[in-house]
Design a protein around this ligand. Structure first.
Ligand code: ZN
Length: 256
């Protein structure tokens, strides 16, 4: 039902992403024990985050609460509550990306294995094309996230607007934002754009509306992350179901 072949993605070594899974008694054994040094301030309220290890998702902020799921290593999400201190840990309530059509999982995790993501995804929707999908020019080198026309497109990191562009048969209405250190993001096929070149933007700012302009067969955003001008791997939500992303969810990869 989703327009890409997950096996072709899996074959690439750069995909360090595993699926989110509902916990089973046998699965809990391999999850990181809650031990180690006290966490630094890597996470803030409303952060876009991802997990650096398999991480328990509990029904409340403490080890005494039951484990409702395990967020596998490199699962993206965003903080919706906390912090709460209990049992020597700092706990955050996180909405994690879903792995099936049953919906995202929301629960509490200790932040030792939860880090602030460098980027988030720009829109809520279904992933319809992934990085390694082939195109006439080679790899697609971006992710496409589809939703209704007019869906909010949010800046995936703070920065300065480099380009508000129009090209006749490609991205059509598009935005490029500079994030410093040679990093840029591009948002294509937009229906509407609310920015001017040189303007400052903050993370999560509503910068445009989703559309289907240019070389596009349906309403979606084409999202690229570039470093020094070259397109960087953007992981899809590796699963067999709904492939929903959330606009504020962390991209589970470090680019710096
Ligand atoms: Zn695309």
């Amino acid at each position: 039902m989703i327009g890409y072949d997950i096996d072709s993605v899996r074959s690439h070594e750069t995909l360090g992403r595993r699926t989110f899974m509902t916990v089973a008694a046998s699965a809990a054994a391999g999850v990181s024990a809650f031990s180690g040094t006290a966490s630094t301030a890597r996470v803030n309220t409303y952060s876009s985050v991802y997990t650096t290890s398999d991480l328990s998702v509990r029904t409340g902020p403490g080890t005494g609460y039951s484990r409702k799921a395990v967020a596998d290593q490199y699962t993206g999400g965003y903080v919706v509550g906390g912090p709460q201190n209990a049992d020597g840990y700092t706990w955050w309530k996180v909405r994690y990306n879903e792995d099936d059509t049953s919906g995202a999982v929301v629960g509490w995790s200790a932040d030792d294995w939860l880090v602030h993501a460098d980027f988030s995804y720009p829109a809520t929707g279904t992933v319809t094309a992934t990085f390694y999908d082939s195109r006439s020019f080679g790899y697609h080198s971006a992710v496409d996230i589809a939703n209704d026309r007019g869906t909010n497109i949010l800046a995936t990191r703070g920065g300065t607007v480099n380009t508000v562009g129009w090209d006749g048969d490609g991205y059509r209405n598009y935005i490029i934002i500079d994030h410093g250190s040679g990093l840029q993001t591009l948002y294509g096929h937009l229906y509407d754009v609310f920015l001017s070149e040189g303007e400052s933007v903050y993370w999560d700012q509503h910068i445009g509306d989703m559309g289907s302009t240019g070389n596009s067969t349906g309403s979606h955003v084409h999202y690229e992350i570039r470093s020094g001008g070259s397109r960087q791997y953007v992981p899809p939500n590796e699963n067999s179901g709904g492939n929903y992303y959330y606009a504020r969810s962390g991209v589970p990869k470090e680019y710096l």
